[in-house]
Write a protein that binds this ligand. Structure first.
Ligand code: IDP
Ligand code: MG
Length: 139
């Protein structure tokens, strides 16, 4: 079993699609190990997306990710990291395959409905970025 980290992003919560995305997580065989609503701060967004600091879209990305509440989640299943990336689809919804979350719910390359860790090391870092040890131990 493997864990990954997911975010239902502000655009999806605003558009009332959070429940549909949670249902899709469960339909794909993920156990939702932990999930909570959260309003991401500017410092959190800058730290979480540090790999993109200096890129042209970084400021807009931080503004977007702090623009409204999100749901952060820890998902578990076999091959969790790769499977959740496949279910989400390509970063740009215009390039995402039919049936993916970003194709169905994404509005633009920025406002693309969901986040998923890129690899196992990122997943471990991202889980502990948003969840305390106590929140993870209790699940
Ligand atoms: P990912 O979310 O598919 O892993 P990344 O390249 O890690 O994609 O980018 C992180 C997030 O930054 C994307 O999900 C999207 O919200 C935003 N983003 C990525 N590329 C662009 C861009 O070219 N313009 C605007 N926003 C972007
Ligand atoms: Mg990424």
């Amino acid at each position: 079993m493997e864990k990954t980290f997911a975010i239902i992003k502000p655009d999806a919560v605003e558009a009332r699609n959070a429940g549909k995305i949670l249902a899709r997580m469960e339909a794909e065989g993920f156990r939702v190990v932990a999930m909570k609503g959260h309003r991401i701060s500017k410092a959190e967004a800058e730290g979480f997306y540090a790999e993109h600091a200096g890129k042209g879209f970084f400021g807009a990305l931080v503004s977007y990710m702090t623009s409204g509440p999100v749901f952060v989640a820890v998902l578990e299943r076999e091959n969790a990291v790769a499977h959740w990336r496949a279910v989400m689809g390509a970063t740009n919804p215009a390039n995402a395959d039919e049936g993916t979350i970003r194709k169905e719910f994404g509005q633009s390359i920025e406002r693309n409905a969901a986040h998923g860790s890129a690899n196992a090391a990122d997943a471990a870092r991202e889980v502990t970025f948003f969840f305390s040890q106590a929140e993870l131990l209790s699940s």
